[in-house]
Design a protein around this ligand. Structure first.
Ligand code: ADP
Length: 482
């Protein structure tokens, strides 16, 4: 196992130095695969957060005025430092989060790629000179860093979700107060280790662990924090949107999903199954873009299910740090119980468990990858996010029926469609109320494009050129009397 001790930072970062909580109390961090405590992190609250915000506000005064070429240089170094430490960072991520090592390596790489992307993109964040209606005036549109950014991140992608926020914030000239999820703080604190190592000035990046309510509350209440970027549940996202009203902050929200995966009768079945596997079981089903509902045309339903079962049986379950593992543990017992509740609900409403359906013999939070057929719209997973390894298969007959069912949720993040009919692709691009649509692919995220949900799945975008705009204010400048 790669030595990750350099990144197992058991303290918080404010103003360029590492510290404990004021109360000196700590929170243990557990490896979900083994149940072992791998370390502990400070249990910070309101007072530490208010200090960090003040530090970030002071640092903003100078950092926001630095040369773009200087910030680009720092971000490039940060990218390189991340990739130089990819193995150690991946091992740490697997230890605290559970995902298989190959996925953890991929997460570190895409996080680094976001940093590089925004280092490039800030150089193209052009303003405008707008033709004035009268000749004695010049009209400009200019962009400016938004200010101190509060960044709150989840446990399922503890490194790359922060990368998507740090990249644009630090490129734009913003300073940051970050709060990672309590289950997975080390992958976030590692960003602090590397940011200091490559030379980011003190106070530009501050990272606090501890009470979500207190740290989040202080961030939301502060008039100095001009933008909050959040990835997590819709429920918490709604609370933060409400809290943002008092200080009229900008908010970016990457919230829950309930992705449909529609397989039409003309689809290439093998490709659809390959896409189904990656979109369903990545990170043990614990991603906001994971397929929640498979809608399969009746003509190819049995063939698709048979092949899905064969592929699912080939998954290798175990400690993500071991060779060849494709499925790690779920994050905690609450996640296991939630998955069990979805299964018993569907069984009570006529669902058939074609595979799995129970806790894995390995114990801890390991769960058998599960396939349920005969799914219907009364079952809880028709509307609620599973966030676990259950493939629920619904049958459909017509395109209209599939689209209506796919859209029958308050979520609107990712959708997947397998078809070879070009006309249908364009029809569904219009008809599906989703912010991310993958045709003939189950894995579509890349740094060059916007990532964001419609409806209750979120506000704003991360990645692409849009992901930078959210960290910039626009000013219109009128120069009269020329
Ligand atoms: P998930 O469990 O999917 O990560 P959550 O929405 O529960 O989703 O958590 C996402 C992040 O939001 C975590 O860092 C969590 O600690 C934080 N969080 C939870 N509740 C609050 C709150 N009331 N205010 C601010 N942040 C919160």
């Amino acid at each position: 196992m790669t030595d990750y001790s350099k990144f197992l930072k058991e303290s918080n970062l404010t103003n360029g130095s590492w510290h404990a909580a004021d109360s000196n109390s700590n929170i243990p961090v557990t490896n979900p695969a083994t149940g072992e405590v791998i370390g502990s992190v400070p249990n910070c609250g309101t007072a530490e957060t208010e200090r960090a915000i003040q530090v970030a506000a002071t640092a903003f005064k100078t950092y926001s005025r630095t040369d773009i070429s200087y910030r680009v240089g720092l971000l490039r170094k940060l990218h390189d430092a991340l990739m130089d430490n990819q193995e150690a960072l991946a091992a740490l991520l697997t230890a605290e989060q559970g995902k298989p090592l190959f996925e953890a390596r991929g997460e570190i790489a895409i996080g680094a790629a976001y940093i590089l992307w925004f280092a490039e993109e800030i150089r193209r964040a052009k303003g405008e000179i707008v033709p004035a209606p009268t000749n004695d005036r010049r009209l400009l549109v200019t962009h400016h860093p938004v200010g101190v950014v509060g960044a709150i991140t989840p446990w399922n992608f503890p490194s790359s979700m922060l990368a998507r926020k740090l990249g644009p914030a630090l490129a734009a000239g913003c300073t940051v107060v970050a709060k990672p999820a309590t289950a997975t703080p080390y992958s976030a604190l590692a960003w602090g280790v590397l940011a200091l190592e490559v030379g980011f000035p003190d106070g530009v990046l501050n990272i606090l662990t501890g009470s979500a309510r207190e740290i989040g509350g202080a961030i939301m209440a502060s008039p100095d924090v001009r933008k909050v970027t959040f990835t997590g549940s819709t429920e918490v996202g709604k609370t933060l949107i409400r809290q943002s009203a008092d200080t009229v902050k900008k908010v970016s929200m990457e919230l829950g999903g309930n992705a449909p995966f529609i397989v039409f009768e003309d689809a290439e079945i093998d490709a659809a199954v390959e896409g189904a596997m990656v979109s369903k079981y990545r990170n043990m089903g614990q991603t906001c873009v994971c397929t929640n509902r498979f809608y399969v045309h009746e003509k190819i339903h049995n063939e698709f299910v048979e092949k899905l079962l064969t592929a699912t049986k080939a998954l290798k379950i175990g400690d993500g740090a071991a060779d060849g593992i494709t499925q790690g543990p779920l994050i905690d017992m609450a996640a296991v119980e939630k998955v069990e509740a979805f299964i018993s609900d569907s069984e009570s409403k006529g669902g058939q468990i074609a595979l799995g359906g129970k806790r894995h013999a390995l114990g801890e939070t390991f769960f058998e990858p599960t396939v349920i057929t005969g799914a219907n719209s009364d079952m809880d997973f028709a509307t609620d996010e599973i966030f676990g390894p259950i493939a629920a298969v619904f049958k459909f007959e017509t395109e209209d029926e599939a689209v209506a069912a796919a859209n029958a949720t308050e979520f609107g993040l990712a959708a997947y469609v397998y078809t070879r009919d070009v006309g249908r692709i364009f029809r569904l691009n219009d008809a599906l109320d989703y912010g991310l649509i993958g045709f003939n692919s189950g894995l579509i995220t890349t740094v060059e494009v916007p990532f964001g949900g419609l409806k209750e799945s979120g506000l704003g975008n991360e990645g692409g050129s849009q992901g930078l705009q959210d960290y910039l204010e626009t000013k219109y400048v009128c120069i009269a009397g020329i």
